[in-house]
Write a protein that binds this ligand. Structure first.
Ligand code: FAD
Ligand code: SF4
Length: 507
């Protein structure tokens, strides 16, 4: 069996199953696979289209953005108060955001689990109790350390600067096998070397008998009394993503895995979790900033693994630094100027090094069904705003220590700065709106907790006010993590799936 396409299905689509999984991303894929392999009948429905690595591997970045990303990569959270506008990036395809990752894998940090299990009362979420689930995901994804030989010269420069300043850097581990360092990870690996869930868990789910449908958007859940009985939605056409036939799935159990953006919207539309008042709230995003530096010699920073080293040396300030690069064509499009002045800037691309940093935020974001459609808002706390200042200053210092001639901070209108200007730059006084900020990690909008009044799902992921309805994805994480979240989300999904396979299915 292979993935079936709602875009080409004639007429309406009606299905009946034991477990319906809504969303085929990092978490949905794990749940589908674990339950199908346990012998349950599983149907997965995914709003986005299906492309194989051979297909997405030859797309131009602009085509990939249009076809695989939510809102063509232009979704944003409106900044409230002293907060930047945040470009929130998410995948919408078979495999979800997993297809677009840089492959970086981190376990749920011990300090975060300590907070969850002691302060938040989630006593099952300890390092020891999650060890088997962590291991299971790492094995399935072939998590391995990025060899030094794959380090781009951009990252090498940053490491040099960090060493000179005594800032420890560590190798990153990624879910790869046979990576050749072509640097295209964020647009889908053309070589099948990044083991995203479309080429791992979903293939296993199919082999175990699961039915997986692309181009199927769920609009609302169906209920009999407090018990969920399935979901309804529309089949979407391939090009314009407009509704075609109707979709109706009847299921004994429903797992919502539509991600931190899609899941709260679906719950809100279906009237789930009203009592808590928490659906769509508590969104954290790991606000991320990139700092660029121009070196005298060419570096061709796009050659090599996008992400190969990181530093947690500034965790006390809520900052994690991770390597990255942006394809030259995309980078050129983000540069200011027109005609010859733009060309001059674009010509410097081979000389640029780039590094990224993210904030372990306590932010206060929300996903709501606004007047003109879904919207995200985010208010950055004073502590997180301070972290952004630390992040920019430390990264600029590291690049200058590595010999950069000019550093470009993510401050709109600032332009390049030289080393002598950095000490006098009042970065803490730059208005939030002037900061260029992105996020690839929205989390927490259907928060897990021990109290039905303060959370959307219980410690097993079950929606408090319904029967047989579970939410299993990044939306349930109780706090932000401070590190890239895919492995953490998949570990939590494994734990939930293992609990669900023991829970008898009622007729
Ligand atoms: C560009 C990019 C790079 C990243 N790099 C990394 C990295 O290197 N390391 C890392 O750890 N993390 C990374 N992440 C983050 C990571 O991919 C996500 O945190 C993770 O995939 C989230 O898993 P999820 O299951 O919650 O949601 P997703 O993987 O986003 O899956 C949700 C799926 O649900 C579908 N859906 C939504 N609504 C509906 C609906 N109503 N009906 C049907 N389907 C629906 C969506 O289309 C989507 O496919 C990156 C993310 C992006 C976008
Ligand atoms: S760098 Fe490696 S994992 Fe990334 S796209 Fe290229 S081959 Fe795939």
């Amino acid at each position: 069996m292979s993935v079936q396409h709602g875009a080409t299905h004639a007429g309406d689509l009606r299905l009946e199953t034991d477990v319906l999984v809504i969303g085929s991303g990092a978490a949905g894929a794990v749940v589908a696979c674990e339950l199908a392999e346990a012998g349950q009948r599983v149907v997965v429905v995914e709003e986005g289209p299906h492309f194989t690595p051979q297909q997405y591997g030859v797309m131009r970045p602009s085509e990939s953005l249009r076809k695989l990303w939510v809102d063509a990569g232009l979704a944003f959270a409106i900044g409230l108060g002293d907060t930047p506008m945040i470009n929130v990036m998410m995948g919408r395809c078979i495999g979800g955001s997993s297809v677009l990752t840089g492959g970086v894998c981190f376990r749920i940090p011990g300090s975060v689990l300590h907070q969850w299990s002691t302060e938040l009362g989630l006593t099952e979420l300890t390092e020891a109790k999650l060890e088997a689930a962590h291991e299971s995901v790492e094995r399935a994804l072939h998590v391995e350390e990025v060899p030094t030989s794959l380090r781009s010269r951009s990252s090498q420069k940053f490491v040099q600067g960090a060493e000179r300043l005594g800032v420890p850097m560590k190798p990153i581990v990624r879910n790869t096998k046979g990576c050749n360092g072509c640097g295209r990870c964020n647009f889908g690996c053309p070589h099948g070397a990044k083991l995203s869930v479309d080429v791992t868990y979903l293939e296993r789910a199919l082999a175990a008998g699961a039915e997986i449908w692309s181009d199927c958007r769920v609009d609302r859940l169906s209920f009999r009394g407090a018990r969920v009985t399935g979901a309804e939605g529309r089949l979407l056409d391939a090009e314009r993503r407009q509704p075609r036939g109707r979709l109706r799935v009847q299921a004994k159990r429903v797992v919502v895995a539509a991600g931190a953006y899609g899941s709260p919207l679906l719950l809100q539309r279906s009237g789930v979790g009203r009592r808590s008042g928490q659906v769509g709230r508590n969104m954290t995003v790991h606000p991320a900033f990139r700092v660029m530096a121009r070196f005298k010699e060419p570096l061709r920073g796009w050659e090599g693994a996008l992400q190969s080293v990181y530093s947690d040396a500034f965790e006390a300030d809520g900052v994690t630094l991770t390597g990255l690069f942006v394809p030259p064509g995309v980078l050129a499009a983000t540069m200011p100027g027109i005609g010859p002045s733009h060309l001059r800037r674009a010509e410097s691309i081979p000389h640029l090094a780039i590094f990224g940093g993210m904030i372990h935020d306590e932010g206060n974001g929300a996903v709501t069904r606004g007047l003109f459609g879904p919207q995200m808002t985010y208010r950055m706390s004073a502590k997180d705003r301070h972290s952004a200042t630390v992040l920019m200053r430390r990264m600029a210092e590291i690049f200058f220590a590595a010999g950069a001639e000019e550093v470009f901070l993510p401050v709109l209108g600032l332009g390049g700065i030289h080393a002598d200007r950095l000490p006098s730059l009042a970065l803490e006084r730059v208005p939030g709106r002037q900061l260029e900020c992105g996020s690839q990690h929205p989390l927490g909008t259907c928060k897990m907790g021990v109290n039905p009044n303060g959370s959307v799902v219980d410690p097993n992921g079950k929606a408090w006010d319904t029967e047989e309805l579970y939410v299993v994805d990044g939306s349930t994480l109780p706090t932000s993590l401070g590190v890239n979240p895919q492995l953490s989300i998949m570990t939590m999904a494994t734990r939930s799936a293992w609990k669900l396979r023991e829970l008898p299915l009622r007729g």
